[in-house]
Design a binder for this molecule. Sequence first.
Ligand code: CU
Length: 100
Amino acid sequence: MWAINNLIFPNTDQLKVERDRFIRFLFQNHSMMPHPMHLHSHFFQLANSTGRGPWKDTVLIDPMQQLTVNWIADKPGLWAFRCHNAYHLATGMMHVVHVS
Ligand SMILES: [Cu+2]
């Protein structure tokens, strides 16, 4: 089983955010597997020392790596936020982001 914030989908709560809010996700990969984390329908900017990090909808988080992304919740709806490794998704590595 694979978890985000120690929760395994579908036994998760929706991550509720208001439309047009600035959102920051801090990723901490505590496993020995890389995880390509993907947010549907939005792009996030990698936080780096330049302030001009690349915009992506998927970011690879290597084992024991930590990184931060910033994004604007500008599309209302229910969006999958998940690991792009299908076999991780199939065993629970997903949350639903609810942009109201
Ligand atoms: Cu994964």
